[in-house]
Design a protein around this ligand. Structure first.
Ligand SMILES: Cc1ncc(C[n+]2csc(CCOP(=O)(O)OP(=O)(O)O)c2C)c(N)n1
Ligand SMILES: [Mg+2]
Length: 662
């Protein structure tokens, strides 16, 4: 069925704002907005539940433009519908597309532009993040029925579906029957190198079907068909893929349907031809009044649903409403701090010798019952990561009231979905695996950091200390590589007390994702004196010794005990030693210059000890000696490995003495 002229002009407004902005910036991606304008129009005009006046309405439908390179599609929609009210994007914002400091950066960035739900650009991340958002909706609805009932819509491109992460994401979504997740696939068969047939012959409908989705193919330029398909998808008992056959760069006279439409400014001739082809005689950046009005009306259509939602929220019992509001605001429950303080006092009494992964489990046993927003899980290593406790019952496709997620062996999908759970609001998600497999989810960890998503993962088996599994499983460069990601907090606690402190710090650092790097092997309690203050939250602190010591030993995690033992050896030789524990390198460098100077100290010899590579430690020890790893590990009992690689108190003492006397 052909579109009506009025429908065409709503879609054309998106098309021309997009190409005018790309042309002005002389940079950007015109092809996707022009090709996907019809399906976006059907979705935003007919289906999407939102109230442009309040982009933060918790029960709004979520929209994710997974193919972030098509950002002008989203910016055009946000401008045309007036998302954000008085703070909505203006025509001048569109005119400064891709300029430094503008609200319209090259790819959509959450918290930067009102109405953008997640940062996209790395292909595949958007659809995987959307899975987490759709899961959040189901889980929150199980807890707060009546005030949570919305859908998650995605526009995904060929590239999104080619990326491996999309397989993990669709498998999780299909398994969990996330029926309120609906993906519009911009099925244009073109990517940068040309027709996708040069590198791909997957049958996407069959692929999604086999993962438990409904899938169908329609004409993506038939707005009526898109709207009907979306309406049917909303009634389904499974997630739906709607493959929308589209023409990339729809309307461009010579570039439409070719890779030339993908990612460059079309030029004046091509744009003039498109204006003619699509009957759009208006100057650049001009939208006729009646088209603008139609779009603004679409932006208001959720008003009554929003009003009814407010009434439903007000009708909740007072405590339930307060809890919902606390959760969505991301405030921690008041009961947490006193319970944690009590538990800390117990640990000082017990001084346990325990692996930090077990200590982490014990911490979860204390905090999980008090922090219902904390969702734990594991990528099939539940018994090794120790992240499942009594309070975290597993969710199933038919019962979303739990708080534990069996992600399967899908680290990348897990980390991206955790980002979605956090961005949705109402949850602090925590995934888990072995530290070495952070490589399998690094792109999502990086995005979490960029998006300031409050996610805290548990990655155990954090060094050669895992022993017999050998070098494939022993991280050596991972701590440095993770610390290199800005705003990702890498905690590596030395004992049960630091594990508690690190968990509390991670919960309090609302704008930073974090990782708990925990040991497989047992560790003694290292903390010397009882302090109520969270010393780990400072990143590093003096554990033992006087300011004027000749030698300062800096260590993290399992090597703090080695540093303490080396201190004893040196003390026996009349060498005064300080020991500094460094549970979170990143937080230490956020402290005041004065504090950092004091903790780094003035010792003649500064030694760092960590069962990992040296990279990064120079900031603390300068050219001081480093005791740690210089290459890959090996398979064997961990005590023998520590001796083999020279990460022992004796070697630390020897290295320190040599530097002191040499
Ligand atoms: C992970 C990742 N790899 C590579 C890129 C660079 N890139 C941007 S778009 C694109 C592919 C374009 O094809 P498609 O996704 O079908 O988008 P379309 O050209 O149809 O708009 C690539 C390779 C990226 N953004 N993310
Ligand atoms: Mg494509």
């Amino acid at each position: 069925m052909p579109n009506k002229p009025a429908q065409d002009s709503m879609a054309n407004a998106i098309r021309f704002l997009s190409i005018d902005a790309v042309e002005k910036a002389n940079s950007g991606h015109p092809g996707l907005p022009m090709g996907a304008a019809d399906m976006a129009t059907s979705l935003w005009r007919d289906i999407l539940k939102y109230d442009a006046a309040d982009p933060h309405w918790p029960d709004r439908d979520r929209f994710v433009l997974s193919a972030g390179h098509g950002s002008m599609l989203l910016y055009s929609l946000l401008f045309l519908t007036g998302v954000g009210g008085r703070k909505a994007l203006t025509i001048d914002d569109l005119k400064s597309f891709r300029q430094l400091g503008s609200k319209t950066p090259g790819h959509p960035e959450v918290h930067h532009t009102l109405g953008v739900e997640t940062t996209t650009g790395p292909l595949g991340q958007g659809i995987a993040t959307a899975v987490g958002m759709a899961l959040a909706e189901r889980m929150l609805a199980a807890e707060f029925p009546g005030v949570v009932d919305h859908h998650t819509y995605v526009i995904a491109s060929d590239g999104d579906l080619m990326e491996g992460i999309s397989q993990e994401a669709i498998a999780i979504a299909g398994h969990l029957k996330l029926s309120k997740l609906i993906v519009l696939y911009d099925d244009n068969h073109i990517s940068i190198d040309g027709n996708t047939a040069i590198s791909d012959s997957v049958d996407q409908l069959m692929r999604f079907k086999s993962a438990g989705w409904r899938s169908l193919r329609i004409d993506g330029h038939d707005q009526g068909a898109v709207t009907r398909a979306l309406k049917a998808a909303k009634k389904a008992d499974r997630p739906t893929l709607i493959a929308c056959k589209t023409i990339i760069g729809f309307g461009l006279p010579t570039r439409a349907g070719t890779q030339k439409a993908h990612g460059e400014a079309p030029g004046a001739t091509e744009i003039a031809g498109a204006r003619k082809n699509l009957n759009w005689p208006y100057p650049a950046f001009e939208v006729p009044e009646e088209v603008r009005k139609a779009w603004l009306k679409a932006g208001r259509k959720g008003k009554s649903a929003h009003k009814r939602w407010k009434e439903a929220l007000a009708a909740l019992p007072q405590d339930k409403r307060a809890e919902f509001e606390r959760r969505m605001a991301g405030e921690l429950p008041a009961a947490l701090a006193p319970a944690a303080a009590k538990y800390k006092a117990e640990l000082f009494q017990q001084k346990p010798t325990i692996a930090t992964r077990k200590a982490g489990e014990a911490v979860l046993n204390v905090i999980a019952p008090l922090v219902p927003e904390l969702i734990t899980g594991s990528a099939d290593l539940t018994g090794s990561n120790n992240t499942k406790v009594a309070a975290t019952k597993a969710i199933t496709p038919d019962d979303m009231s739990g708080r534990y997620i069996h992600w399967g062996i899908r680290e990348h999908g897990m980390a991206a979905a955790c980002n979605g759970l956090a961005l949705h609001g109402g949850f602090i998600p925590s995934g888990a695996s072995f530290l070495v497999f952070t490589d399998y989810c690094r792109p999502s960890l990086r995005l979490a950091a960029l998006m300031q998503a409050h996610v805290t993962h548990v990655f155990t088996h954090d060094s050669i200390g895992l022993g017999e599994d050998g070098p494939t499983h022993q991280p050596v460069e991972h701590l440095a590589a993770l610390r290199a990601i800005p705003n990702l907090l890498v905690y590596r606690p030395a004992d049960a007390i630091e594990t508690l402190e690190c968990w509390l710090s991670a919960l309090e650092e609302k704008r930073s994702p974090s990782i708990q790097a925990l040991t497989r092997q047992n560790l003694p309690t290292c903390r010397q004196v009882h302090t109520d203050e969270n010393l780990s939250a400072k990143g590093a602190y003096v554990l033992l010794g006087a300011d004027d010591a000749d030698v300062s030993l800096f260590a993290s995690g399992s090597e703090v005990a080695i540093a303490l033992a080396a201190q004893k050896l040196l003390h026996a030789q009349n060498v005064a030693v300080r020991v500094v524990s460094v549970p979170c390198y990143d937080l230490f460098f956020k402290q005041s210059a004065e504090y950092r100077k004091k903790v780094i100290g003035k010792s003649k010899v500064k030694v760092a000890v960590e069962a990992a590579i040296r990279q990064g430690w120079d900031e603390i020890i300068g050219d001081g000696p480093f005791v740690g790893m210089h290459g890959f590990g090996a398979s064997g009992p961990y005590q023998e490995l520590y001796t083999h690689f020279g990460i022992t108190p004796e070697h630390v003492a020897e290295v320190a003495l040599k530097r002191l006397r040499g």
